[in-house]
Write a protein that binds this ligand. Structure first.
Ligand SMILES: C[S@@+](CC[C@H](N)C(=O)[O-])C[C@H]1O[C@@H](n2cnc3c(N)ncnc32)[C@H](O)[C@@H]1O
Length: 211
């Protein structure tokens, strides 16, 4: 998944972003080594952004769709207060085994609860509300995820959606996935329950605040 911005701009933004704790670089290294789709990990700049959003919104409960090897979940956990909680879900036991090993090494790992299984099933079992939701899984289900989490989001809560620019392909959608992401973007911008902004960070991030 190529970035939207030229490589030298990505490198520049990377250099001007606070270094994460050492454990993040270890996790990124093992992910690159073992997972063919290592590029799916949010990485340093987006990870720092997610942590900062968690802090400045004073979120206490975060729900994440798409754990992978656990990088973004640990960013949220770092941004949460001691009594905060991240519930994160994924269908891939190999990726989440790596995630759990790294969370166990972090002082913030205890804030993370993993649910393995299809996200829509997991959402239907959630009996709490969330201040912040991160959607970062299969693109065909983005609209379903958006609709399923909206009732569980607090008023003033934030939905963060990743890969909304889909390497720029949304501008002229060709294949099924391009269309799925574009259709999601149309769905989100026409949803009067939220105020939203689309950012050109990495592969595109939409932030939507529930009114
Ligand atoms: C882009 S990756 C998530 C990256 C992660 N947020 C990070 O920063 O490392 C997408 C993940 O969504 C998961 N996924 C795909 N379909 C899913 C589904 N139906 N329910 C839950 N997770 C799913 C994949 O297994 C994959 O690990």
């Amino acid at each position: 998944m190529p970035d939207i911005l030229p490589a030298e701009i990505e490198t520049y933004t990377d250099h001007h972003t606070t270094e994460p704790a050492a454990i993040f670089n270890e996790l990124a290294g093992e992910t690159r080594e073992k997972m063919a789709m290592y590029i799916m990990q949010v990485g340093k700049v987006e990870g720092a952004f997610l942590k900062l959003l968690t802090q400045i919104t004073h979120a206490k409960r975060v729900f994440e769709i798409g754990t992978f090897t656990g990088y973004s979940a640990l960013c949220f956990a770092e941004g949460l207060p001691a009594d905060g909680k991240v519930i994160t879900c994924d269908i891939d036991p190999e990726a989440t085994e790596i995630a759990q090993r790294y969370w166990a090494k972090s002082q913030h790992g205890g804030k993370i609860e993993l649910r393995v299984g299809p996200a829509l099933e997991t959402i239907s079992t959630l009996d709490t509300t969330f201040d912040l939701v991160f959607i970062d899984a299969d693109k065909q289900n983005y609209i379903n995820y958006w609709e399923a989490v909206m009732p569980k989001l607090t008023t003033g809560g934030l939905i963060i959606v990743d890969n909304v620019l889909w390497s720029g392909r949304v501008v002229n959608p060709q294949d099924e996935l391009d269309h799925a992401v574009h259709q999601f973007n149309e769905h989100a911008i026409n949803d009067t329950r939220v105020e939203s902004v689309m950012l050109t960070v990495r592969d595109g991030i939409t932030l939507a605040r529930k009114k």
